[in-house]
Design a protein around this ligand. Sequence first.
Ligand code: SAM
Length: 211
Amino acid sequence: MPKLEQMPEPHIYQAYGLYLLRSQHRFVRRLQRAYKPCIHGYKTWESSFLLMDYLQAHPPGGSRRIMEVGCGWGAAGVFCAKAFDAKVTAVDADGNVFPFMELLATLNGVEVAPLRRRFEQLSTARLGEEEVLVGSDICFWQRMVKPLANLVSRAMRGGVQRVVFADPGRTTFYELAERCARRWDVELTEWYAADPRRAIGEVLEVRPRAG
Ligand SMILES: C[S@@+](CC[C@H](N)C(=O)[O-])C[C@H]1O[C@@H](n2cnc3c(N)ncnc32)[C@H](O)[C@@H]1O
């Protein structure tokens, strides 16, 4: 368990070595007046803690280029930049999430590059610039399954070594795992995070097929 640290003001909390902000924090409230994320990217979702916990247990090793897709506030990307000293790009279809992501990055003393793109717009060549792709709580509608399965395929073809996605365990996520398993090596692991509170879900790890 980490050392208990008193936070300097209300609505800041710590998890996985990061400083994080609740929606009520004064800086968040100020940003909310100007930027209104509209595809659920309006807070740090619990699956991002599952992803951080899993990556802590299965670190990216020498991988220094990481892309977070469907980043929202980008906590997982900020974690990768801070914990693994990675060069992180945070991708989202909704440009209104980036000021919140940048606030978290600044609070944690790291830089994360924002990229406004839909899953469908990330080409094989662009994905191939990355070593690891991560994402949390990004497969919550049926219509997301196919674009995400295609995204994983382009990433694998482009040379990405690992794709790691976390989810609370929705049927759409299992369907994504099943689609990925048709072409790639897939591991689906039940996982939990204890920090900042207990959260349970699934982590999907996809790798190029061995041999
Ligand atoms: C539930 S939020 C999760 C945010 C963050 N990953 C987390 O766990 O806190 C889903 C995010 O996916 C983004 N998103 C949804 N559809 C997308 C698409 N087709 N391409 C890229 N991003 C998308 C949304 O804008 C939103 O920020």
